[in-house]
Every structure is written in C-alpha cells, then in structure tokens.
Design a protein around this ligand. Structure first.
Ligand code: C2E
Ligand code: CA
Ligand code: CA
Length: 689
C-alpha cells in the first residue's frame, strides 16, 4: 500500500465527482422553467385584459350605467325608465330570480319560455339560425310556425358556447370578422331582479394577428428556454463524463484505476444480493516487477502491466471489477459461491498471467479478503452499509503480504489473526528507533561448552527487547519483522558494537574471554563493505578480532555466492572467525560447505529434538561432525538438552555444545560469573614532575 496523503487527495476528488453537479443543473432548469412560466402567465393576463378592455370595456361601462339607471329609475312611473333605456337601442331584458322575463327590448338572440328558446323578431320562414364554420354551412335550425325553435336547452347551449368561442355564428348573414355576442348580467333591485344587456365583441383579423403573434412569441420564448436548458444539461453531462474518464482511467494501463474500483466496488458491495453469492476483494501483485523493469525497461514493464490488466478484465463476469491500484498491484472484486471454486478460478487467472511474457514465467501473489454476507432471520442477505472498500482491500493486501517474495505464485486468504499480526508489525516498526536510542535492546549470552571437559569455549550473543511498554520480548517476535522491513542492519551493528564493548570490558577486568559469536542477518550481506564495517566497529571498541565470531544463517548462502565468499574471506583476513549457523535446516548445505571457507559449523537444533531417530539421526550427526573435521572446521551442536546427547556428541568429537543442558541464554552479569577471572595487574601510574 502506498502512503496515505495522495490517497486522501484521491478520496476528496472522488467525493466531488460523487456529488454529481447534474442535480444542480436540473434544479436550475426547474427554477428557470418556473420563472418563465410566471412571466408568460403574467403577460397573457395583461394581454387578455388589454383585449377585453379594447373590445368590450366601453360596452361593459355602458351596460353598468343602464343597469344603474334602471335600478334607481324604477318607481310608480316605471314605464318612463324603459323609454329612457330603449333610447340606447341596445337589446336587453329583465328577469326575476326564477328566470321569468319581466321586460324585454330589442333583437335578443334568445330568450326562453317554458323550456323553449325563442328567436327574436322571427316570423315563420323569414329567419333561421345558421351556423357557419369557415364559411361553410354547418347546420340550420328553422323555427316552427310560432317562430319558436324547439331545440332542447342543453344542445342549444352547447352550440351557442361553441359558436361563441370558435366559429363564426351569424343569423343568416356571413361575415369575415368574428362577432361574439355576449350578455352581461347585472343584479338589480337588491338582487331580486337581473338586468341582461347584449354587447358585441368584434374580433377583427388584426386582432387575430396580434393574438397569433403573441402566441408565436410566447412559443418561441418557451422553446428557446427549453433548448437552452437542454444544451446546458447535455454540456454538463458531457463535461462530467469527460472528468469521470480522466479520474477513473489509469495512466499506465489505460484501463480502470483505483478510484473507479473503490467507487463502483462500494456500490456493488453495499447492494443486497442473493445470500448464496459472496464477494471477495483481491490484491494481485506482479512479484519482482521492479526487477523486470531493471532488466528490460520501464516501458516494457508498463506493457506487461497493460497485459495483466487485459487478462484480468477478460476473466471478469458480470458485476465483477478489476483495476490497477499502484505500482505492480491490481485490485479485483470477484463473485463466488464457495471458496474452493474461488480458489480454482484465481489459480486459473494466475496460470494465464504467468505466461504473458515471451521468455519469462512470471510470479503472481494474490491476497483474498472474503466479504461475508450478513443474513436476516429468514436467511436472506441484508444490505451492508458498513462496507469500506479501502479497508477490505487492505485486508487482502495483508493476506498477500504473508507470501514471501521468493515464493512461487500463490494465494493467501485473510483471517482475523492477521490483523493482530499486522498490528504487532506496526508496533515493532514504530518502536524500533526508540528502542535502540533508549537501550531497550539488551544482550543475553548463551555459553558454549566443550563436552569432554565441561569447559567454557565460546558464547553466542542473543538479542532481547526489554520494552517498558510492551514487556520482555524474545527475538523471534521482532527480529523476522525487522529483517523483512529493513532495520536489521542497525540491529546487527548494535550487537557487534555492544558485544565488542563487553568483551573489551571483560578483558580489561581480567576475565578469560572466549570468542563471542554475533548473528549477522543475510540482508546485511548485500552490502559490499560489510567486513570493513564490522572491523571498524570492533576496532572502535578496542576489542581483539579473535574474540568476535560472525554467524551466518544457512539460508543466506543462496544469495550472491561470489559476494558472500568475498566477505567471508575478508572477515577471516581481518582475524574474525566465521560460522555457518543452523546447518542442516536448509537443503543446499553441503553445496555451500564446498565453496565457503568457514571456521565453524553449527549443527541445527532440529537434529536434537526428540530421540535421535533410532540410529539414523546419530549417523547423520556423526557424519556431519566428521565432514566438518575433514574440512578443518570446528563443530557446535545447538539445542542440546539431554545428557545422552552430550555424551554422544562428546564421543563423536563435537567441539562445543550450546544448549539448555549446560546453560540458557542469560544476562551479561550472570554470564560474567561463568568466565574464569585472573586478577589483573594494576599498574601504578607515576605522576610526572
Ligand atoms: P539462533 O541463532 O539459532 O539462536 C539459537 C536459539 O536457540 C536461541 O533462541 C536460543 O535461546 C535457543 N536455544 C539454545 N539452546 C537451546 C535449547 O537447548 N533448547 C531450546 N529449545 N532452545 C535453545 P533465541 O535467543 O530466542 O533466538 C532465536 C533466533 O533469533 C536466533 O536463532 C537468531 O536467528 C535470532 N537472533 C537472536 N539474536 C539475534 C541477533 O542479535 N541478531 C540477529 N540477526 N538475529 C538474532
Ligand atoms: Ca545463531
Ligand atoms: Ca542456530
């Protein structure tokens, strides 16, 4: 996993993209649409009022005036007022509240008595009600011999309404302009009577043009606004798509990147799904990708990553994801029904990936974190709101990191213990410098004895971590972590310096010092000047070189053999002894022995666990001792706990025994007591005059 700062930046960008500004655009469009609607309604109202005023405004005033005249003019001489009103020449009639006509005057288009409409001044055969639409006769209603039209009120009203609104209603006469007869009703006599007067609104072609123009302008305006809004929305969508493409595309593989993976992945994982199907988050690593880039070129390396991305994408099913995370890491999200099936599928993908190089068989490590389904009482999968894809991927990475870099391709599943392990790794790494500075690392010494005479012949210095916070820790809990994460050089240097210092102090104090061996990690052996570094550190403490022995673990011999031999030779030239630790625990020990000019062979403790395997173990040990002797090497047997083992080793000529039978590793004060001590000669210092 890379550092967290760019990750945080990525997340911030992702959040902005996720916020989806399209909603802002849509909200803006709605506001604009509402505002334009309001404007159009207000305009229509204004124009409607203008048309009404210009067409029948005056007429309305006149009718109101007539009604007022009638209202105040009626007294016992009511007849006079009718004469006055009739002078106006306008058609009008007055009814009571039941609709009975009390008085009528002029060419009323219709009145009604006993449910029949009566056409005004109609004599039989003379007048007819003609209805025209676009100058074509639509229908004719002829009055009966009494001059009355026996049309039912509802159908007549329908016609009248229709005619008034849409068609040119004339009585016997065709006209080009549209005349709309309107009856204005005014309550008179305190609401006991109604005064109806006829007005006529004329709609001329210029009026039509005016209204038509207004309609067209309104339509164009609304259309423009809608088009502008649509353009804006499309622009926003296109822009967003482009931005998404930039954010979600990996610059190396040109495929999807981590941001896309985390965005889509979280959506998929949070969804409710079939309880029988689970998801797994995978971290797939192209092992030794850097080496490939060094041997070939960065461009070729990137081409390989491209190929990996293509193979991964080709292996995906619906609703599965793959993306380049960073460096040589890829993230995958796969569906599966059972773990074995998932494992087989991953293996299949690895098999394909191993062959992407023409002349190389590549190695891939895969860490798997299974996202467990949470089910309800009925066994159905529930929605998972607690998904954090970054955390799940991290877990997959933790599982993957359990595979050693030198391992072949492999798959590792995450389990909860790994979290604890990871936490401990972090603790060790966090405290490593402070532990050196505060002298929390302490040295224990485990003596090595000559089994024949039970005489102290040597000692191994072993580290312990006495942490005030975490307690007393044995090297197995932190040395492998420091070896893997790159702090072992500092530890080795600390040990050599302190052991040399202790030896020098004991020497000065008159102890009969024996060689003390110090473990030097294989990781340290890649440094060219290791022998010189050791020499300088020991010299700085003033310790004789023959009191320091360097232990190399057998596994270290697999690395650069030539460099190793070179360093061993230098160390020997400087006067240090060099031993091969854990002999017998690896599988190429004999081969290493052939090439390395070593002084001491340390037989691994595994040889002495349990009985000596009914004679076979004894044969192997005795032959190993004999082999060492013939190569002029001393032998040390490690992990010896029983008297029989000591006797056996003494008989076979083993030079030293380091094991609990004689002594466990102990603090330096305790070890000092095991050494013989000659009282040092105290030289009298004669002061100068
Ligand atoms: P090692 O170098 O093989 O050290 C011998 C280990 O065997 C020691 O464990 C010692 O306590 C243990 N041992 C000795 N005799 C017996 C016995 O009779 N029975 C049993 N059961 N165990 C016995 P320790 O001290 O825990 O060290 C473990 C390993 O840690 C060492 O294995 C060595 O690989 C590493 N180590 C310890 N100190 C250092 C150090 O200063 N530098 C480096 N690089 N590695 C160190
Ligand atoms: Ca050792
Ligand atoms: Ca050992």
């Amino acid at each position: 996993m890379s550092n967290t700062t760019p990750k945080r930046k990525k997340n911030k960008v992702l959040k902005i993209v996720r916020k989806n500004p399209i909603w802002i655009t849509i909200a803006l469009c709605i506001v604009i649409a509402l505002v334009s609607d309001v404007i159009i309604v207000l305009l229509s109202e204004t124009i409607g009022m203008y048309v009404f005023n210009s067409k029948i405004g005056d007429e309305y005033e006149a009718v109101s005036y007539m009604a007022k005249m009638y209202d105040i003019g009626t007294d016992e001489n009511g007849g006079d007022i009718y004469a006055l009103l009739n002078e106006d020449g306008r058609s009008y009639f007055i009814t009571d509240t039941h609709g009975n006509i009390l008085y009528e005057h002029g060419s009323n288009t219709m009145g009604h008595t006993n449910g029949k409409f009566k056409l005004p001044f109609t004599s039989q055969g003379e007048t007819e009600l003609r209805v025209y639409l676009d100058d074509v006769t639509e229908g004719v209603f002829e009055p009966d011999e009494d001059g009355e039209l026996s049309i039912n009120a509802a159908s007549m009203f329908k016609f009248a309404t229709k005619m008034g609104e849409e068609i040119n209603l004339q009585i016997g006469i065709k006209k080009t302009s549209l005349e709309v007869p309107l009856w204005i009703a005014v309550d008179v006599k305190g609401g006991k009577q109604i005064f109806y007067a006829k007005v006529c609104g004329k709609i001329t072609p210029s009026d039509m043009i005016f209204v038509g123009l207004f309609g067209i302008i309104g339509f164009v305006l609304v259309t423009c606004i809608i088009i502008l809004m649509l353009i804006n929305m499309i622009n926003t969508l296109v822009y967003q798509k482009r931005i998404s493409k930039v954010f979600f595309t990996d610059p190396i593989t040109r495929g999807h990147n981590w941001m896309w993976f985390s965005f889509r992945g979280e959506q998929l994982l949070k969804k409710r799904r079939n309880a029988a199907t689970s998801y797994a988050v995978l971290d797939l690593v192209f092992v030794k990708f850097r080496n490939y880039c060094v041997c070939h070129s960065v461009i070729e390396g990137e081409e390989m990553l491209n190929k990996v991305d293509k193979v991964l994408s080709a292996n995906l099913n619906k609703k599965e994801l793959a993306a380049h995370y960073a460096s040589a890491n890829f993230a995958l999200l796969l569906k599966f029904k059972d773990r074995e099936e998932l494992k087989a599928r991953i293996q299949q993908i690895i098999d394909q990936l191993e062959k992407i190089g023409v002349d190389h068989k590549f190695t891939f490590h895969v860490g798997v974190y299974v996202v467990e389904n949470i089910t309800d009482a009925k066994g159905r999968a529930k929605r998972r709101k607690d998904i954090d894809i970054e955390r799940e991927y991290n877990n997959a990475c933790t599982a993957r990191s359990t595979l050693e870099e030198c391992d072949d391709s492999g798959i590792a599943f995450f389990d909860e213990n790994l979290v604890e392990e990871q936490k401990w790794i972090d603790t060790v790494m966090e405290h490593r410098r402070g532990a050196i500075e505060n002298e929390e690392y302490v040295i224990y010494y485990q003596p090595k004895y000559d089994p024949k005479h039970n005489k102290l012949k040597g000692v191994e210095a072993l580290i312990r971590w006495n942490s005030p916070e975490l307690g007393f820790k044995s090297p197995g809990t932190f040395i492998p972590i420091l070896e893997k994460n790159g702090f072992i050089q500092e530890i080795d240097h600390f040990m050599i310096t302190h052991v040399a210092r202790d030896q020098k102090a004991w020497l000065d104090a008159g102890y009969e010092c024996v060689p003390a061996s110090v473990n030097v990690s294989r990781a340290h052996f890649i440094e060219d000047d290791l022998a010189a570094q050791i020499r300088d550190a020991v010299d700085k403490e003033g310790c004789p070189h023959n009191l320091i022995e360097i232990e190399l673990t057998e596994s270290a011999f697999f690395d650069d053999k030539k460099a190793m031999i070179d360093t061993i030779c230098k160390l020997k030239d400087y006067g240090f002894m060099v031993s091969m630790d854990d002999f017998g625990s690896g599988y190429s020990s004999l081969n290493s022995l052939k090439d390395m000019p070593l002084d001491i062979l340390k037989l691994d403790a595994e040889f002495f666990k349990g009985d000596l395997n009914g004679g076979r173990g004894e044969i192997v040990i005795s032959k190993a001792i004999a082999l060492a002797k013939s190569l002029n090497m001393l032998t040390v047997a490690e992990g010896v706990e029983f008297k029989e083992q000591v006797d056996f080793l003494a008989e076979k000529g083993c030079d030293m025994i380091q094991g609990y039978f004689f002594a466990k590793p102990m603090p330096k004060e305790e070890y000092a007591e095991k050494m013989n001590r000659t009282i040092p000669v105290v030289q009298e210092i004669i002061p100068e005059n």
